[in-house]
Design a protein around this ligand. Sequence first.
Ligand SMILES: *[C@@H]1O[C@H](CO)[C@@H](O)[C@H](O)[C@H]1NC(C)=O
Ligand SMILES: *[C@@H]1O[C@H](CO)[C@@H](O)[C@H](O)[C@H]1NC(C)=O
Ligand SMILES: *[C@@H]1O[C@H](CO)[C@@H](O)[C@H](O)[C@H]1NC(C)=O
Ligand SMILES: *[C@@H]1O[C@H](CO)[C@@H](O)[C@H](O)[C@H]1NC(C)=O
Ligand SMILES: *[C@@H]1O[C@H](CO)[C@@H](O)[C@H](O)[C@H]1NC(C)=O
Length: 473
Amino acid sequence: MATPFHAAVLLILLFISATTSSAYKAQHHVRSSIKAHRFLGKFSQSHNKPSGPNIQQYEYETRYFEQQLDHFSFAKLPSFRQRYLINTKHWAGPSRSGPIFFYCGNEGDIEWFAANTGFVWELAPQFGAMVIFPEHRYYGESMPYGSRDIAYKNASTLSYLTSEQALADFAILITELKRNLSAQASPVVLFGGSYGGMLAAWMRLKYPHIAIGALASSAPILQFEDIVPPETFYDIVSNGFKRESKSCFNTIKESWNAIASKGQENNGLHELTKTFHFCRKLESTNDLSDWLESAYSYLAMTNYPYPTDFLMPLPANPIKELCRRIDSCPDGTSIFQRIFEGVTVYYNYTGTVDCFNIDDDPHGMSGWDWQACTEMVMPFASKNGTSMFPVYEYNYTADEEYCLQAFNVKPRPMWISTEFGGHDFKNALRTFGSNIIFSNGLLDPWSGGSVLEDVSETIVALVTEKGKTSCPL
Ligand SMILES: *[C@@H]1O[C@H](CO)[C@@H](O)[C@H](O)[C@H]1NC(C)=O
Ligand SMILES: *[C@@H]1O[C@H](CO)[C@@H](O)[C@H](O)[C@H]1NC(C)=O
Ligand SMILES: *[C@@H]1O[C@H](CO)[C@@H](O)[C@H](O)[C@H]1NC(C)=O
Ligand SMILES: *[C@@H]1O[C@H](CO)[C@@H](O)[C@H](O)[C@H]1NC(C)=O
Ligand SMILES: *[C@@H]1O[C@H](CO)[C@@H](O)[C@H](O)[C@H]1NC(C)=O
C-alpha cells in the first residue's frame, strides 16, 4: 500500500546506513544477530524531527503525562514525562461513546510515526474517533531521568526500557485520560506497525479490558526462539532479488567470498576502497559487507513500484534497477565493479555523492540495541542455497557476548514467549483472544515472523501477496 510511511523509512536509512558496525565486530568474525535486529529497530537511531517536503503534517496537540518509571515495583524512583499527541476534532464525544484510536508508539520519535501513519488520521473522521499517539518511553522526548545521556548511561538506568513497562504506560494513560474525559464507555482501538504492531497485538492480549481490538501491521511476533526458522528474514530479502534475476542473486551471493579473499591480499583493502569510492580507507572487509547487506535489506523493505524521493531518492522497483545494473555490465567486468554499480542505486541514485562514508563509530547505542539485548532476542541466520547473504548460523553465545560487552547485560531469550506467548500461538489465541487483525505484505522481510493465517473468526490475517511496504498502515 502506498503511504507516506516510506518517506520516513528512507530518511532513517540515511542515519542507519552509516552506523552498521561496531568495535565488537572488528575483533570477532562470529556473527551476532544484533546487527540484523537493526533492520527492525529502524527508527531508533534517528533523533531527528520529521521534516522535508513529503512529510505530512497532521493536526494535533502535544501533551505530557507523568508516568512511574517502574510500574512493577514500589521502589522510590523518579517519574518521567511521557509525551503524547492528541486530536479530538472529529471525536463524537463521551455521550455518544466516540471511539479512541490509539497508536502504540514504537522505537522512535512519536512525531515521525504520527506524520507517517496517514491511515489512522484518514479513518478517524469516518468513525468520529479521537486520535492519540503516545510516545514509547526512552525514545523521542519521553526520556526518564530528564535526559537521554543519563537514561542511556548504563544497564541500571536502561533497565526500565521494556515492552511491559511501555504497555503499562499505555494502559495507565488510556485509563486516566478516559476518566478525565468521562469517556469510560468509549472503545479503544489499537494500531501499530513493526515493533508497534507487536505492542498493539500484545496489548490487546494483556489488557483486553482496556482495548477492544488491535490492528497489528508487519508485526513479527513469532520471530522468537525456534517458532519460525531463523533464516526467514534473509530468505525473503534474497527471494526479492532472485525473482528479478537469478544471475543478479548469484553475483551477490558470490561477492562475499570474493571480497573476503581480496581483503587478504597485500593491497586488497586499498583496492576495494577505491573500487567502492569510500572516503577513507576500509579497515576490514566486514565493514564493506555490512554496508552492502544494509543496502540490500533496506531495498527489500522499500521496493516500491514507483519512484520515491525523500532525501534518499530511489527509482521505481529499485531491486529490479539494481539487478539490471549488475547484469548489464560488459563481460569481463570484475565482480567488485558489478556490485558497486548495483549498490549505487541505493547509495547514489541522484549522482550527487562524492564519496561514501562508512562510519565505524555508531553515535552511541540505540534503544533498540538495548531491547534486542534484553527481551527482544530474535534469532537470525543465513543459509547457503536460499540466502544470497554471507552464510552464518544463529549463535546465541555470540549475541550474549555482544550484549555483555555493549551493555553489561545478559539477554533472556525465552522471556517474550513466556510473557506473551508464541509457541502453539494459534491454539492459545483461538481460546483466549479476539479482535486482532494482522496485516502483512508478503514481500516484506518481516512478514515471515508474522501471523499470516486466520486464527479464528475474530483474529484474522490480511495478507497482500505483492505488498512491499514494511508497514502497510
Ligand atoms: C548508572 O548510572 C547512574 C546515573 O549516573 C548511577 O547513579 C549508577 O551508579 C550507575 N550504575 C552503575 C551500575 O554503574
Ligand atoms: C487528568 O487530569 C489531571 C488533573 O487535571 C491532570 O493532571 C492529568 O495530566 C490528566 N491526565 C491526562 C492523561 O490527561
Ligand atoms: C555518484 O554518481 C555520480 C554520477 O554518476 C558520479 O559522478 C559519482 O562519482 C558517484 N559517487 C560515488 C561515490 O560513486
Ligand atoms: C554453498 O554450497 C555450494 C554448493 O553446495 C558450495 O559449493 C559452496 O562452497 C557453499 N558455500 C558456503 C559459503 O558454504
Ligand atoms: C558461537 O559464538 C561463540 C562466541 O563468539 C564462539 O566461541 C563459538 O565458537 C561460536 N559457535 C559456533 C558454532 O560458531
